[in-house]
Design a protein around this ligand. Structure first.
Ligand code: HAM
Length: 432
């Protein structure tokens, strides 16, 4: 027997009964982003490996352990130099690459972008953690655009999207890392504070202590959590300017009624953040509880070969949003009308009518197998048809169709004398 194939680990089919929910999520994201003045950007699903390594940081878990690299099967005639490529683990780096490559900063002073699409990380799959998952995200870039109220707008949009999608039980946590110098001070402070307890940290954190001490703060191991709990994290390592910036962000959030929790341990796993960082967690999600996260990254554009450009963004995980919405979240799919033909001659008439209805924008379908009325009615019900058109010998003789309302069962005859479909189309258009 030929081999049957199954899904690669950590991926999922989005089957036709789930796509209406995905489409409704995407529709709401498009609508809301447009209301906030954001424009969609679509970048390739893979980029040069180095782009991600440089942006997310050589010491981040994603770069160290989760990059899904692509090996093109170059033919011997292929003269192109072999460049290492990677499926995008996130989209911030790709957006920055595109922003720099297209010199967008020369065309406008503030660029507000959003995206929806798949991302890829070679993680150990578990509930809420996939190797191919989807993000909706935004990135706002512009020279001299580090305005606290822009941070507030971006955070408000992330919360607004979740609310528009029907989520209620989530918590917004915010923190600030300050400038690069502040981050330097912070990491010095953490190293000093953790040095005495180094041997009590988990092996991962012992190596994090050297390569990226911030990551010790979000370690899930009990002993590390206990040690971190006792650290004094009062933002004293921040410059007055950075503290002032963060105060304005908090003030803006309060002003527009966005609830938040201050979390001095929130540092994020990717290297590029400066100043404001935030994370949104869902209370029903278990261990993979981050619905989304983001923050400001004022140095990344410069580090990726562009000019000094301030930027901020976030990404929300679509699969986790769907998990948090729970089982009840299904979007009913339906059609306007299902056509039932009672015999072969009626089938020809019904098929012609089907194509006329579709050309008029009426969502319609029929069965290609001539079967009993009962079986065709079953098909109509399965497709959630609002109306059914029945064509049989009697209808052909009287040059009309029988129109049945599937909700209340009522029936009426609609004339199609001299192949005039106008009356029928009018009724169907008004109802759909
Ligand atoms: P991130 O925290 O790595 O940030 O991912 C954002 C969200 O994507 C997570 O909170 C989670 O909901 C979802 N996510 C991440 N990994 C997985 C996975 N393996 N399976 C399912 N969902 C996942 C970023 O990606 C940054 N680029 C966000 C950003 C944009 N910062 C600034 N601009």
């Amino acid at each position: 027997m030929p081999k049957q194939f199954s899904l690669p680990r950590g991926t999922a089919d989005i089957l036709p009964d789930q796509t209406p929910l995905w489409q409704s999520i995407e529709k709401k994201v498009h609508e809301l982003c447009s209301i906030y003045g954001y424009k969609e950007i679509r970048t390739p699903l893979f980029e040069e490996t180095e782009l991600f390594a440089r942006s997310m940081g050589q010491t981040s878990d994603v770069v160290l352990k989760q990059m899904l690299n692509i090996m093109p099967q170059n033919s011997s005639e292929d003269k192109e130099p072999k460049i290492s490529l990677t499926l995008r683990p996130e989209n911030t780096a790709s957006v920055v690459r595109s922003y720099v490559e297209n010199s967008i900063d020369k065309k406008e002073s503030l660029t507000k972008l959003y995206y929806i699409g798949p991302m890829f990380r070679g993680e150990r799959p578990q509930k809420g953690r996939l190797r191919q998952f989807h993000q909706v995200g935004v990135e706002v870039l512009g020279p001299g655009s580090a305005f606290p109220y822009l941070d507030v707008e971006v955070i408000a949009l992330s919360v607004g999207i979740l609310k528009a999608l029907g989520l209620k039980n989530f918590t917004l946590k915010i923190n600030t890392l300050g400038t690069s110098e502040d981050k330097e001070n912070f990491s010095k402070y953490l190293r000093e504070a953790l040095a005495l307890r180094l041997k009590d940290l988990c092996p991962d954190c012992q190596s994090r202590f050297e390569r990226n001490v911030f990551r010790v703060l979000d370690c899930k191991v009990k002993t590390c959590k206990e040690i971190v709990k006792n650290l004094k994290l009062d933002l004293s390592y921040l410059s007055p300017d950075s503290r002032n910036y963060f105060d304005l962000v908090k003030q803006g959030l309060l002003q527009i009624g966005i609830d938040f929790t201050l979390d001095p341990r929130l540092v994020r796993g990717l290297d590029y953040y400066t100043h404001t960082v935030f994370e949104i967690t869902g209370s029903s999600l278990g261990s993979q509880d981050a619905l989304g996260a983001g923050g400001r990254y004022n140095n990344l554009v410069g580090e990726l070969g562009g000019p000094q450009i301030d930027a901020i963004g976030f990404a929300l995980g679509v699969e986790r949003i769907i998990l948090a919405l729970g089982e009840t979240q299904t979007v009913e799919d339906s059609i306007d009308v299902f056509l039932i033909a009672m015999d072969e001659i009626s089938f020809m008439k019904a098929f012609t009518l089907l194509n006329i209805l579709r050309s008029s924008g009426i969502k319609s379908d029929m069965s290609y197998r001539l079967s009993s009325m009962k079986s065709q009615m079953r098909s109509a019900n399965k497709l959630n048809a609002k109306l059914v058109i029945i064509i049989g010998e009697q209808e052909l003789r009287k040059e009309m169709v029988t129109l049945k309302n599937m909700k209340d069962g009522s029936q009426k005859e609609v004339s199609m004398k001299n192949n005039n479909y106008e009356q029928l189309i009018k009724i169907l258009t008004e109802r759909s």
